[in-house]
Design a protein around this ligand. Sequence first.
Ligand code: AMP
Ligand code: MG
Length: 580
Amino acid sequence: MSRYCVAPWLFTSLILVCHSGCYLLDSIIAASNFNHMHNYINTSNFDQDYCERKKKLSTLNGWRLSTHKFTATLPIDFIQEIYIREVRGSVFSVVYPTPFKSRVLLVAVSKDVLEDILDLDVTVSATEDFLQFVSGTKIILGSLPLAHRYGGHQFGSWAGQLGDGRAHLIGVHTNRFGDTWELQLKGSGRTPYSRNGDGRAVLHSSVREFLGSEAMHYLGIPTSRAASLVVSDDDVWRDRFYNGNIKQERGAVVLRVAKSWFRIGSLEILAHSGEVDLLRMLLDLVIEEHFPSITLNDSDRYLAFFSRVVSETANLIALWMSVGFAHGVCNTDNFSLLSITIDYGPFGFMESYDPDFVPNTSDDEKRYKIGNQANVGMFNMNKLLEALNPVLDARQKQLASQILEEFPEQYYKCFTGLFKAKLGLLGNSEDDDYLIAFLLKLMEDTEADFTMTFRHLSEISQDQLKDLSIPQEFWALQDIAKHRFFSNWVAMYLSRLKKNTGDSDSERRRRMTSINPRYVLRNWMAESAAQKAERNDFSEVRLVQQVLQQPFQLQTVAERAGYAQRPPAWARAIKVSCSS
Ligand code: AMP
Ligand code: MG
């Protein structure tokens, strides 16, 4: 096969915008564990043993939340009446959640989020207080609920004021490690930012957000977390597929947790409305709280901040690509300033490899197809830069443009490092890019399953590969092996593996199985769990949640459920839209 056949594809379908001058990552650890490294830095001053011993609370009495850090430092819109309005001069509006009228059931909780992040013993979730708290009825003393004012570019165009239309920031918790986490209810009622919406979220999309965000965390991808999911009997009406078929669904609330919920749109709205002092104030707060390596009295601090967001967003999108994750709605209001994955809507994990994979059936133009996420990331960084323009001088603007241009290179560097690791390659070899692109091209041609191709390559021995004797259980490899150039790729791969110094085949397999998941949240798994939940059977939500906590570990229960098998035929008919 001529080299020419693959190379152009590498640049078009994968949006690998830059090629020359990129350095490969030294190790996968550097690329995939920004989050964990950040936690480590934050906790290093604390006595871990002491912290672990410190008792977790099994009631909400004595548990503390506060929104003081915002109310004390930023101007707040204190009109508590809930009516839709254009807010000026404030970053938050005080607004209480609207309790459900009907009974509320607990669908699922994340033990790890409760215990490791929120200092609560999981047994607290059995209490009535907890149920009231996570459904928005009980407000923890000392905390004033807030809705955030932000704007955003949606599908490429400026959309004006958006804001938390159905979310309430119900408090900030400083935990025993000294980390602060912001707690947000989603689906908890109307706010000044609800526009035409009802302030609610339905169970189906809430199950997806709960499972999706937790799954991403255990894949090692920076993300918001989900602490709990409740469902009510309150009616919520939705035209799920925008075809005039309005159906009655049930209101649900996810308690989401993140280090910060600020987005690109948080800054954009202030720049667009000329509130430059407030823009500076918010930027300084974000930098002080979340970018400790940037000094606040440095006149280039906004430039340094921009540089960090550009490189970490490039890394985040490369990480998404490494697990076949398509966010679905990469608008600037859904892109975090901390470069974590937020706002899970019509996202999807790609099954058959396809750079044109679009998880959101309402995205007719395929703007947010998986192969376009890096380009869209660049677009969003450009919008971030436009929002920063009012606080940059001419020299800084010029430097910022140069920083922006580094986005493709950073993305490409991280992407290559991650895919090399996925293939078990050590060190550098000239043809590594080609080897990766060649494989992806074969996968595209044969519609091979993205997750399982890499997983099977992690499990199969080099001897089996050499003989091209692929056992039946490696079904994704059997698919790709039908390609007439598969044997060429295998020969190239095996010869490259020989260049791994100090490696053995078992070590390679150990390394690869620890980063190539066997289980991801396939659409049909989320769909099946959500459908059962709609009938008040929450067992499958909990099963999927449990399995995805160890996505790299072979699990009997997951095998029995078919989570590492070909998706069932009915999965092809599943549609996921923006309606939620
Ligand atoms: P999303 O597509 O979920 O990121 O939401 C985009 C914007 O629409 C945000 O400002 C949301 O708060 C708002 N929004 C979405 N659904 C609703 C709803 N049911 N009620 C009120 N606001 C909503
Ligand atoms: Mg959003």
